[in-house]
Design a protein around this ligand. Structure first.
Ligand code: GTP
Ligand code: MG
Length: 262
């Protein structure tokens, strides 16, 4: 039996997803790395290892983290605020260049009193999405603090993908938005993040954002695997039976000794 992975046709990615802003993008490329296209479309990758990445979604209280995830994963928008208690979890399956890819999303609480619970889930993240509300400039100012908190739980990890996402774009006039954008791009550049602006209410840029996350993180994880394989004995490469779960990245969160919830 081959593995059968059901992927919804709306989650199929073949073209390289574009960045939102030329002024704050993670990379300057316009296509997948040629090595990726070659190995994925040659259908050798898919039988060898499961590709899963973990994304944490962090940011101030009520900026719209849960709304962003729910718009994409559940196609729903709720105008009433319901605080996230600790953390919520969603999974999305994609098919990228014929290869199954899973994105885990950990939607964390912004409320101060849940911080210690939420931070326990930061570990093992490949992707950090810092959310702010474009109609609340203070929430943008918090972005560096949130990144620090994520880095603290992922010490020594160099290739974290960081996104800075402004939500509630529908609340601002185009002129007011442009002013916020200038500041947001500066912050994004300072923290090496890619900048996006979205609206969960109108659905503007929501799918585009998640596709970009999926495309870039997929590329990163496949490239890491290809690099690892360069050092693997040839006989092991093609045997196809070793579906490797990267256990260390997926394990349940451990609480750090130094802090939290007393
Ligand atoms: N107009 C508008 N309102 C939004 C948008 N996104 C979220 N909201 C509203 O903002 C409020 C907070 O949204 P949430 O998604 O719950 O915020 P959160 O960041 O998850 O909050 P915590 O879980 O407490 O950290 C809710 O009333 C949402 O309806 C948006 O794009 N436009
Ligand atoms: Mg929430």
């Amino acid at each position: 039996h081959g593995r059968v992975v059901q992927v919804h046709s709306e989650r199929v990615i073949n073209g390289f997803p574009e960045a939102f802003s030329k002024q704050a993008r993670i990379d300057m490329k316009y296509d997948f790395d040629p090595r990726i296209r070659q190995s994925c479309l040659g259908d050798r990758m898919s039988s060898v290892s499961l590709k899963i990445c973990k994304m944490i979604i962090i940011g101030d209280v009520s900026v719209g983290k849960t709304s962003l995830v729910n718009r994409f994963c559940k196609k729903a928008f709720d105008k009433d605020y319901k605080a996230t208690i600790g953390v919520d979890f969603e999974v999305e399956r994609f098919e990228i260049l014929n290869t199954p890819y899973t994105l885990q999303m950990w939607d964390t609480a912004g409320q101060e009193r849940f911080q210690c619970i939420a931070a326990a889930y930061y570990r093992g993240a490949h992707i950090v999405t810092i959310v702010f509300d474009v109609s609340d400039i203070n929430s943008l100012a918090s972005a560096p603090k949130w990144l620090e908190a994520a880095q603290k739980e992922n010490k020594g990890v160099e290739d974290l993908l960081v996104f800075l996402v402004g939500t509630k774009k529908d609340l601002l006039t185009p002129q007011a938005y442009k002013e916020v954008e200038q500041e947001a791009i500066q912050v994004a550049n300072k923290i090496n993040a890619e900048y996006w602006a979205v609206s969960a209410k109108t659905n503007e840029n929501v799918k585009e954002f998640f596709f970009r996350v999926a495309g870039l993180s997929f590329e990163g994880t496949v490239l890491r695997e290809l690099e690892k394989r360069q050092f693997t004995p040839v006989s092991k490469i093609g045997d196809g039976v070793s579906i490797q779960l990267k256990k260390e990245k997926l394990s349940s969160p451990r609480r750090s000794k130094s802090q939290c919830c007393n």
